[in-house]
Design a protein around this ligand. Structure first.
Ligand SMILES: Nc1ncnc2c1ncn2[C@@H]1O[C@H](COP(=O)(O)OP(=O)(O)O)[C@@H](O)[C@H]1O
Ligand SMILES: [Mg+2]
Length: 352
């Protein structure tokens, strides 16, 4: 975790003091006391604040101090001192090597996670492509036909200016609609690094429903929203949370594909829950969760779909946990699946 500059300086100062204390103990005690081994603790603590170069330099300093202590110590058996100093140095070197390895592994994991999130982002947009194309095409087609109409109104003799003006107003409204859709897609693909800030969850849900509209219409899904109008802002990365909402909507559409059209109902409800949190409940009337182990749906690569990746829900869980939230799945009363996720509310305190 990157510490702020002042905390980092303070931590480094603390480590310096500990090193001085170890040096004093190593110098003033008998050769038989292998105090130098405690430098390993300094290395371990420093590995969280220093880069690889800094850590190697620190390790070199620790090895040098061990050597100096050995020459300054006046008590005990020289041979035991020699062996203990060598062991101390070895411990320092091994600890440094392992710390460097561990930090590199951590960086690799973070990199892989970031890459997965980018894939998730692309795949949500990909899965919505048909719906999105339709959402942009519709106003464009309307604009074309309104333009033709206004040409006709103006070609009349005398020209019907009033009608032409009305048609132009429609063109303007449709142009705004198209650019709104584009703005939403931009929002959905923007921002490589997560950004946690307060946002309106109801609004975020409405936008995802708008982007999935033609997908929902095509599958004859009836959507009901029950929004708490006094919902406080939630804290999280808006774009990432919208990925989760998109995943849940698309999964619900898939799950209800096999049931009669009249029963394809999807309900999204926002509410305040205990502990200063906000929840979104997504309930469908589809095929339902695997009875024996509902939690399996969150396993990576677990899918029952021919073209499925089985990553949507696993990524959704990672996203929510990274945003201080959680998600669970349970069978819905009367059939279907019920997904609930929670996020902390934005209490106005600055978050780093
Ligand atoms: N709303 C739902 N109703 C029933 N089953 C679901 C629902 N959502 C997810 N599942 C099950 O969980 C599996 C994993 O979902 P997900 O992680 O989104 O991957 P994918 O959609 O690619 O299969 C799905 O294949 C499906 O079997
Ligand atoms: Mg899915």
């Amino acid at each position: 975790m990157p510490a702020s500059p002042s905390r980092r300086t303070l931590a480094l100062l603390g480590l310096g003091l500990v090193m001085a204390a170890i040096f004093a103990a190593d110098t003033l005690t008998d050769y038989a006391v292998a105090a130098a081994c405690f430098y390993a603790a300094v290395i371990l603590a420093a590995s969280r604040i220093l880069g690889p170069r800094g850590l190697v330099l620190l390790a070199a300093a620790c090895v040098a101090l061990t050597g100096v202590s050995f020459f300054l110590t006046r008590f005990g058996t020289y041979r035991i001192g020699l062996v203990n100093s060598a062991i101390g140095m070895l411990v320092i070197v091994i600890t440094t090597y392992l710390s460097l390895k561990m930090e590199a592994a951590k960086a690799a994991v973070q990199e892989a996670q970031a890459r997965l999130l980018r894939v998730a982002r692309a795949s949500t947009v990909g899965e919505l492509t048909t719906s999105i194309a339709h959402e942009v095409n519709q106003p464009l087609a309307a604009i074309a036909s309104s333009a033709e109409a206004s040409q006709r109104w103006l070609a009349q003799d005398p020209p019907n200016v009033d009608k032409a003006r009305q048609t132009l107003a429609r063109i303007l409204a449709d142009a705004h609609r198209a650019s709104d859709v584009i703005a939403r897609i931009r929002g959905l693909t923007r921002g490589a690094c997560p950004e946690r800030r307060g946002f309106d969850l109801n609004q975020a849900v409405l936008e995802m429903l708008a982007l999935s509209r033609s997908e929902l219409e095509q599958h004859a899904v009836i959507v009901t929203t029950q929004f708490d109008d006094e919902l406080p802002l939630v804290l999280g990365d808006r774009v990432q949370v919208q990925q989760v909402i998109g995943n849940l909507i698309l999964n619900a559409v898939d799950a209800m594909d096999g049931i009669p059209a009249a029963a394809r109902r999807l309900t999204l409800r926002s509410l305040r829950v205990d502990g200063g949190r906000v929840a979104l409940s997504v309930r469908d009337h589809g095929s339902g969760l695997p009875l024996e182990a509902p939690e399996r749906v969150f396993d990576a690569f677990w899918t029952t779909k021919a073209g499925g990746l089985g990553l949507g829900l696993s990524l959704s869980r990672s996203i929510l946990e990274a945003n201080g939230g959680q998600i669970r799945a349970e069978p819905a009363e009367g059939g279907g699946a019920h997904f609930v996720f929670e996020l902390p509310i934005d209490d106005g305190v600055a978050h780093g």
